[in-house]
Each structure stands twice: as C-alpha cells, then as structure tokens.
Design a protein around this ligand. Structure first.
Ligand SMILES: Cc1cc2nc3c(=O)[nH]c(=O)nc-3n(C[C@H](O)[C@H](O)[C@H](O)COP(=O)(O)O)c2cc1C
Length: 212
C-alpha cells in the first residue's frame, strides 16, 4: 500500500496502517495537500522510517529538484504538475495544460475555499493548491463566511469540468509551484528522461564540487 502523507503524524498513522511506501507530500504540490513544505517533511519522514521507501512529492519537476529530493533521502519522486503539460494527460483540458506552462510558479494559492463550496469535508490541515483567481482572492481568507453563505452562492465554481470551458475567474485549476519549471507541453517520456539525465549530471558533479 502506498500512502501520501502531509505531516509526520500522518506518516505514523500510515505506517501503523500497513503502508509499504510513503509519499511525503509538501505544500508546494498541486491539488490536495497540507501546509508543511517538502524539505522539512521529507527529512522528518526519512529520519523516522529509514527502512521504508519514501517518495518526494510537491515541487519536483526538473533534474535540480529531483537531485535535491534524492540527496535529502528520498528514494524517488512522485510528480503531478509536471505531467499535466503532456499529451498523455488525456483527461485534462488543453487550457489546463497551457496554464502551468505560462505560470512562473508564483500564481498558486493553498485554499480550502473550493472544498467548502463543494461541501466536501477534508481533514483539518488539508486544502488544495490551485491557480490563484478572482474566486480565491475573494474567498480565500473568508472561510467562515463562505461556510455560512455556501448555499447563497448562485453558481458554485466547479473544478476539472471536462465538458465545458473553464471560467478562469472562478474554477479551480489545480497545479503546483513546480509549474515555474515547466516550459512546454511535451511527451511524458521526454519529461522523465530529461529530468533523470539532469539529476544524474548534478548528482555526479555537485557533491564533489562542494566537498573539494
Ligand atoms: C490536476 C491534479 C490532480 C490531482 N489529483 C489527485 C488525486 O485525485 N488524488 C491524489 O491523491 N493526488 C492528486 N494530485 C496530487 C498528485 O498526486 C501529486 O501528489 C502532486 O501533484 C505532486 O506535486 P506536484 O504537483 O508539485 O508535482 C493531483 C495533482 C494535480 C496537479
């Protein structure tokens, strides 16, 4: 069993529940995630569970970030945002592929606003990282008000509609901070190959350069 964990406490629970692989997921990640950044979370998870395979998720999308995660103790990486901008992402609207390419990685927010509107009850501490827009600007800091007034919203924003064009001002467009590393839409195999080759190059040269 593989479990994505957002806190050390989640990791303890996942291991107690029989997880064979842990995915340490930082707040940088696109979609549902927690509030802890990848590096401190990953360091804590690998220190606590040295015998379990641990993957790093959140903010890994090129060779440099992959090399950093591996150096910090991860056994691999789990990617989401990087695979949005690929032809293989067949359930993803074309505009959802283009937006991460256009992003510098700084136009995302962590918010519970969409989950509140959807009426979904996610655990405390879990929210979504989405593209910042008019809806998140308006409601992101007003969770209590949004909870109270949920039914009054004439047309609740809907995420990931495949059958209708996005209203970019209101719809949740999920992607993470690693969007800043994505420059084009290209095949998934190419994403993996170039990332691996760059990470290998860095891992072969950088540690030695630092230590001599
Ligand atoms: C569009 C999108 C949809 C996602 N949907 C899910 C999901 O349904 N379940 C899940 O566990 N994680 C989901 N994730 C999170 C990914 O599995 C992954 O942990 C995350 O994207 C890794 O961080 P990154 O976006 O920085 O690569 C989603 C991520 C994105 C970008």
């Amino acid at each position: 069993m593989i479990c994505q964990v957002q806190t050390l406490q989640d990791a303890e629970l996942a291991v107690a529940g029989g997880s064979d692989v842990l995915v340490a997921k930082g707040t940088e990640a696109g979609g549902h995630t927690g509030t802890v950044s990848l590096l401190p979370l990953l360091a804590g998870v690998v220190a606590r569970f040295p015998d379990l395979p641990v993957l790093a998720a959140g903010g890994v999308a090129d060779g440099r970030t992959l090399a950093a995660a591996l150096t910090a103790g991860a056994d691999g990486a789990w990617l989401g945002t990087a695979f949005l901008a690929t032809p293989e992402a067949i359930e993803v609207d074309e505009i959802h592929k283009r937006l991460p390419v256009e992003s510098d990685g700084c136009n995302t927010v962590f918010t519970k606003a969409y989950d509140i509107v959807s009426g979904l009850s996610w655990p405390v501490g879990i929210g979504e990282r989405v593209r910042r827009n008019r809806f998140t600007d308006e409601w992101g800091e007003r969770e209590a008000e949004l909870r109270d007034g949920r039914s009054a919203l004439a047309s609740p924003p809907i995420s990931n509609r495949f059958d209708a064009p996005f209203d970019l001002d209101t719809c949740a467009v999920l992607f993470g901070q690693s969007a800043g590393m994505i420059d084009s839409i290209r095949p998934a195999a190419e994403v993996v190959r170039s990332m691996s080759e760059e990470a290998e190059r860095i891992l072969r040269t950088r540690p030695e350069a630092l230590l001599t």
